[in-house]
Each structure stands twice: as C-alpha cells, then as structure tokens.
Design a protein around this ligand. Structure first.
Ligand code: C5P
Length: 240
C-alpha cells in the first residue's frame, strides 16, 4: 500500500490517502496536547508506543467479535484503516471516577461504579465537546436512535473486554474514549480512531499510579517513560 497525500492532521495523528480508495493511513505522531489544545508538547516514541498499543488492542477486539477500522500496520507508526464516515461523538466509558466527572458531579475520585457509565459528547472543538443524549444527537443529525443504541451496546462490550485485558496485565481501567464510524455502503458501525495511553486512563493495579496522558496533563512524570511502561506489558514483542 502506498501513502499518498495528507487529508487531515489532528492533534496526535495525521491521515493520508492511499492508492486503495477504501483505505487510509493513520500516522501516530509524537505530539501531545491537552485541555483542548491549550497545552502542547512532544514526547519521543510516544507515537510509536500508542500505535503499537492501539494495534494490539484492535487485534484483541477483532478476535472477540468487535468490528474495527483496523486493517494492518504499514510501518511502526502507520496504521492502515478502512475509510469510514466518523460519527461525531466521543463515547466515554467510566468504571472508576476520575477526571471531569469528579468536577461536574459529587463523585469522589477513585469511587468504583457499580455499573459502567456510558456518556456521549458531541465532537466539536467550537462548542468544546458538550455532553449530549440520543435526542440531541438525532436533532443534530449526528446519529440515528438505532445507531446510538448499537454504539452504546458495543461500547459496553468493548469495556468488558478491555477491563479484563488490562487487569490481566496489572492495570486498572478507570475510563476511556471511543469513536465510531460508518463503513461501506451498508454504513455498518465500526470502532475507529485509536485506543491508547492518550485516550484511556490506565492505573497501576497496586499503586494506582497514572500510566496515561494524565502524567502530561498534570506534570506527573515523563510521558515517554510512562507510555513505555504500558507498552512493555501490552506489546512486549516490540522490545525484543
Ligand atoms: O476528561 P475526562 O475525564 O472527561 O476524560 C474521560 C476519558 O476520556 C479519559 O480517559 C480521557 O483521556 C478520554 N478523552 C479523550 N479525548 C477527549 C476527551 C476525553 O480521549 N477529547
């Protein structure tokens, strides 16, 4: 597959056309941003670790019956993905209270939820990703009720798979963000974007130490070294 012209550059990844009209290449970069782009930096190898962690997780999910946009890797940091029409939602799944939810509601940090929480944010830099529900999503033409139901069901299934996968590797998974897309003429809903240290809260099971983008957000450590700790557990094969 050949990488052709750039079509979009986001905060951490750049999308390229390819010689196959049904495939794109998503290049994972070393740039780090937080607080809606208000804080910016670079971390060596961060793109590499996130690309490999994401690849491994997409493979694990596919093996367990979850449809994703992942095809294969064209290089260490170049992920070949199916062309999809992105659903303009950030789907947030929470198992333990952390981050924004502890600021908006009386939820003490670290509280373990009896059942996972699924919330939807409208993906919009201009409106700063406000929380929406099925009715607002429909009114905004973001997704149909059927799609919202399928997205929620799939997000909960992904949560069960991810939680046990992370626990097996010595990590807790307080929360994470998913994005979905519509693939092909039938517009089937598939998991898109990435699942990595940038999009998940990952804690050491014993010490509860943050092993994710919170180390960058709150200057709690070196992002490259932190992401490497997670990569060594989830993708040991790249360190041989
Ligand atoms: O900021 P907040 O606590 O709501 O984030 C919840 C989870 O979603 C975190 O794991 C965070 O990394 C992820 N997230 C994301 N992209 C966003 C917003 C949140 O990956 N734009």
């Amino acid at each position: 597959i050949k990488k052709l012209e750039q079509i979009y550059s986001g905060k951490a990844k750049t999308l390229y056309k390819t010689n196959d009209p049904t495939k794109l290449i998503s290049e994972f970069r070393d740039s780090l941003t937080a607080f809606n782009g208000g804080k910016k930096s670079e971390a060596p190898k961060k793109g590499y670790y996130n690309a490999q962690i994401s690849r491994k997780i997409f493979e694990m999910l596919e093996e367990n019956g979850i449809k994703t946009h992942y095809v294969n890797m064209a290089s260490d940091v170049d992920m070949v993905v199916d062309v999809v029409e992105i659903v303009k939602l950030e789907v947030i799944v929470r198992n333990i209270a952390a981050g924004s939810i502890t600021k908006k509601y009386p939820m003490p940090p670290g509280k373990v939820f009896e059942r996972p929480i699924v919330a939807f944010d409208y993906k919009s830099d201009e409106y700063q990703d406000p929380m929406i529900n099925e009715d607002i999503a429909y009114a905004l033409d973001v997704a149909t009720f059927e799609e919202m139901a399928e997205i929620k069901k799939t997000a909960l299934k992904i949560n069960e798979l991810l939680k046990s996968y992370f626990e097996k590797n010595g990590f807790l998974l307080p929360d994470f963000k998913l994005e979905f897309g519509r693939r092909g003429p039938n517009k089937e809903i598939v998991l898109a974007d990435e699942i990595s240290c940038d999009t998940c809260r990952i804690w050491d099971k014993e010490t509860k130490q943050s092993l994710d983008k919170d180390v960058f957000r709150f200057d709690k450590g070196d992002p490259s070294k932190t992401y490497e700790i997670v990569a060594r557990k989830l993708v040991p094969e790249i360190f041989n």
